[in-house]
Design a protein around this ligand. Structure first.
Ligand SMILES: *[C@@H]1O[C@H](CO)[C@@H](O)[C@H](O)[C@H]1NC(C)=O
Ligand SMILES: *[C@@H]1O[C@H](CO)[C@@H](O)[C@H](O)[C@H]1NC(C)=O
Ligand SMILES: *[C@@H]1O[C@H](CO)[C@@H](O)[C@H](O)[C@H]1NC(C)=O
Ligand SMILES: *[C@@H]1O[C@H](CO)[C@@H](O)[C@H](O)[C@H]1NC(C)=O
Length: 340
């Protein structure tokens, strides 16, 4: 009787021990799966440590950029799409590709072409939101001193307060609202193009930026360089071919209602086109435009000037933005209020 009782208690403890062992084993297996799963998501390679500045090993020479905006002067559409074709030189054997992209610029496809014309698809690595650096891992190491072409398709969003492209609303004399689309960075910025498109967005990486912008036929587009308009039954596009390399921070563009006709002035060998609300502003001083414009505008031979409410002032090669209130204040100072 007494022995039976003891054995019973022993059996109880053995069962407890075995249950405990099985549960521990299960927990271990679950832990292994969790760790494995998190590694799969991180593409395993040492992509966790994205550098805060991009090393000078991939050197872009030229970007061919396609952008498509669906807004019109009367309707706001917050999404736009685009693609880039970036030609670059690998200065070293490279295991990872790095470039900048703003948080709202989402990559939909990416391919890398080597100088033999072989195209591969790199896998996505880590993205550091605070520095905007995105890593991609090519299938094979890049060869030192070889030229490559990186093609990226992406989608973006307008009207985020991160320095990306945005709509500017203004009213006409009869109270109707119109929208312009503007993108540009202040003269003191060292970067900013990443909020429009993926790129190497730092002063170390100047390049030739060519743009092909597809847009509503009710818009006219201005940018740093002279425009070429392509009109077909299917679409309207404006092309800008760069004649020299620029810093990424210097790229600027604007989509303006075709009904806003410019005042055109020829001075100092420059063609100056001024776009502004003639119902609000009576003129913009040509001398002031020339005084404050980017000196590289002389190489381009033109300056397109846009003044609108809530527009941040900037002077970049071939293009100048003014805040409308600044123009009104300046016209008062210059005594230009009553004369055209
Ligand atoms: C291109 O092809 C040549 C000859 O087949 C080869 O030696 C070279 O490594 C290739 N280049 C790349 C980047 O694969
Ligand atoms: C790629 O380059 C790294 C060093 O930069 C080297 O350790 C690795 O073996 C290379 N991989 C291949 C597949 O050549
Ligand atoms: C206001 O003026 C614009 C431009 O002249 C015109 O297109 C629009 O139809 C007018 N709107 C109204 C409500 O009259
Ligand atoms: C830009 O260059 C392309 C080819 O390189 C050419 O087809 C196009 O007409 C050029 N556009 C302008 C505005 O010069």
């Amino acid at each position: 009787m007494r022995v039976q009782k003891i054995r019973h208690r022993f059996e109880c403890n053995l069962r407890f021990l075995l249950t405990w062992l099985v549960l521990s084993a299960l927990a271990c297996i679950i832990y292994v799966f969790v760790v494995f799963g998190s590694l799969i998501n991180k593409t395993v390679l040492p992509s966790n440590n994205v550098p805060s500045t991009i090393p000078y090993v991939t050197v872009p020479s030229e970007y061919n950029v396609f952008l498509k905006f669906d807004s019109t002067p009367q309707t706001v559409i917050r999404d736009y799409s685009g693609s880039i074709r970036m030609n670059f030189l690998a200065r070293d054997a490279i295991q990872q590709l790095f470039f900048h992209r703003g948080d709202k610029v989402k990559i939909t496809s990416i391919t890398l072409e080597d100088s033999n014309g072989t195209t591969t698809t790199p896998t996505a690595g880590a993205y550091d939101r605070s520095t905007g650096v995105q890593a991609y891992i090519p299938l094979a190491n890049l060869t030192s001193q070889e030229n490559y072409i990186l093609r990226i398709d992406f989608n973006g969003e307008l009207d985020f307060l991160d320095g990306g492209p945005r709509h500017i609303a203004y009213t006409l004399e009869n109270g109707t609202t119109r929208y312009s689309i503007v993108f540009g960075n202040s003269v003191t910025s060292f970067s900013g193009l990443r909020y429009l498109m993926p790129c190497l967005d730092a002063p170390d990486f100047p390049a030739v930026f060519n743009f092909n912008i597809r847009h509503s036929s009710r818009y006219r587009v201005i940018s740093n360089f002279p425009d070429l308009i392509q009109q077909s039954s299917a679409y309207t596009a404006t092309l800008f071919n760069a004649s020299f390399p620029m810093d990424s921070s210097q790229v600027a563009l604007a989509l303006i209602d075709v009904e806003m006709l410019p005042d055109t002035v020829q001075q100092n060998g420059l063609t100056i086109r001024k776009y502004y609300r003639k119902s609000v502003v009576n003129t913009i001083s040509t001398d002031r435009i020339i005084q404050f414009m980017s000196t590289r505008s002389e190489q381009i031979g033109k300056v397109d000037v846009l003044a609108l409410p809530l527009l941040f002032a900037t002077q970049q090669p071939g293009i100048t933005f003014y805040n409308e209130n600044d123009v009104l204040r300046e016209n008062l100072d210059l005594g230009l209020i009553d004369s055209k």
